[in-house]
Design a protein around this ligand. Sequence first.
Ligand code: BGC
Length: 743
Amino acid sequence: MEKKLLILSLFFSVLSFSQSKVPVYLDDSQPMEVRIEDALSRMKLEEKVDMVHAQSKFSSRGVPRLGIPENWMTDGPHGIRAEVLWDEWNQAGWTNDSCMAFPALTCLAATWNPEMAALYGRSIGEEARYRNKNVLLGPGINIYRTPLNGRNFEYMGEDPYLASRMVVPYVQGVQKNGVAACVKHYALNNQEVDRHTVNVTVDDRALYEIYLPAFKAAVTEGKAWAIMGAYNRYKGQWACQNEYLLNNILRNEWNFDGVVISDWGGVNNTKEAIYHGLDMEFGTWTDGLAENKSDAYSQYYLAKPFLKLLKSGEVSEEEINKKVRNILRLAFRTTMNRNRPFGSFGTAEHGLAARQIAEEGIVLLKNAAPSNSPKGEKPILPLNMNTAKKILVVGENAIKSMTIGGGSSSLKAKYEISPLEGIKRKAGNVKVEYARGYVGEKNAKQDGLAAADITDNRSPEELLTEACSMAKDADYVIFIGGLNKHDGQDCEGNDRKGLGLPYGQDRVISELAKVTKNLIVIIVSGNAVAMPWVNSVPAIVETWYLGSEAGNALAAVLTGEVNPSGKLPFSFPVKLTDIGAHALGDYPGKDKEETYRESIFVGYRWIEKNKIKPLFPFGHGLSYTQFTYGKAVTSSKSITKNELLTITIPIKNTGKLAGKEVVQLYVGDEKSSLPRPLKELKHFIKIELQPNESKNVTFDISVDDLKFFDDQKHEWIAESGKFKIYIGSSSADIRTVVDFELK
Ligand code: BGC
């Protein structure tokens, strides 16, 4: 019936075109599907094939004869990548492409604030639009399964609910600009080691409960216009040409009507790419990801080989039509949408947005009074700039550029305020000195871009001696270290070798702790790190990679101008084997096969099931003020499947400073037919309270919050019985619990 209507309306549209002379596909008063069919009907087979594969490193052809524009992609996800040469990763040497570097997505997730995700999406979308890109290759939302994954910094943590709530506003914000968000990497790309070959075996419960929800939310709620297939395999098929992931789940279960774009070099044969739901092939025969060939783009799996199959009749034209329809839909939503805004680039507003997100994402992990101070002494942070005379900053990450490097998310930033620079700017009359402390690596170089030289050839002993002697008379010593964007750390293409800090930093921290009680450790990373010195330092801050405004945001938090409110989006384990993938020895797989035997027990779900004490739990993050939680009250003792349960909790700021708190709600199923985690995050809200102010926070629990995925029935079910609701300030700091029953 629908088809008949479409044909009829197409007929009338064509008729009206012959009178009005405006081609139907260019007439935006016509329904989009009618315009798509009209454009398709005018295209030659060769023109269709031209559209489904790349024509350069980051672009694909439009239909020049019909005025249908090219598609231009850009990384993603933390800023707009600089222009590269047509066929190479190297910079094209433009002078107008220095972008605003936004904080890494781990930082965004750590804000636990969907409004920050909306701001991020809108701002980066404006930058993409200004640069005439119609597809932003991001955000990344693969689940944090192991702290070794070199790309965790580009993702949103270990919890599917948190990632879902954060990805939706990001996608919507980007797309308001007429730029498609391309969520990546769908799916099960949870490590970089063997990323092109590993075949993941995962049970359906873990797939549906842990690895898919953020993608599903991006597609069904965020209405993402594009999605990128991952490099790895699942059920023996590459994710970019995967019948289960693309046809069955993405298209059939979620009704995705956007484009499926391959990861760069992620296509591996023609037939599967034709039949299993991929629309556009990128990056295959160009240097860097596979081999180089002359006439590269027409050698793509979806280029000449596809055309040959179509011409011989072995593959029906409907197969290419399906793909071209999706690509035309992308064009009508982006490049051919006459009403889209014009965007803006590298503006002061974007700098402010980057700074605000950075400030909200920084996590205060620990804040105690210096050891041996009298009882009741205040915690060491915020810094008291009225009494301090000298601050010593130690460590390579205080001066290192973190926007260049890390792989495809590397940026040519308009500016980048280093932590040292940020602290100096806020210091006023306080003297700020710097000691290197240790030498890791030179500033990362990527794609022909490099930051200032920070080479230091002194020996570790010399550096340590210098730092310790300068620390003695400092009022505060701020150690700034962590990881960086070099290969083997937080960087695409490889994983870390272990949980520990590199370059002997543990020793430097421990030695500094011996000469000063006033040591503050700042970790710059996108991953959890081990902290053998945790008990010998009074304060620890996790800052993530903060982009252009890094130093300003950090200094604002250290000095108390901003009260920290970030919460961890993943657990910090004491040791690797506190994480399922490592405890069971599955990571990184054997002979390119990896089974996720921990199943749904990822992150805190594993930690709680096995009664492990983490270094810092999921959801943890301190403030300079205190919040007290009153007793949670429910609207009823029980609900039926169609009713909502309302929970109200009074929260009060009992400290002396205004601050923000993330109130977290976890649900636990007391008894179920299948194993379930002790509890799972199902709601959260970030609220702001003035000193002494109280607010009642309410959450509505529906039956959906109680469900698990029954892999036998292939559906989400809620079993009647008793449930517990845990409300608290982190997964391990539960302040009030209520019981209720589902009838
Ligand atoms: C990465 C993608 C990226 C693409 C283009 C690939 O290597 O996996 O995330 O968008 O390159 O740079």
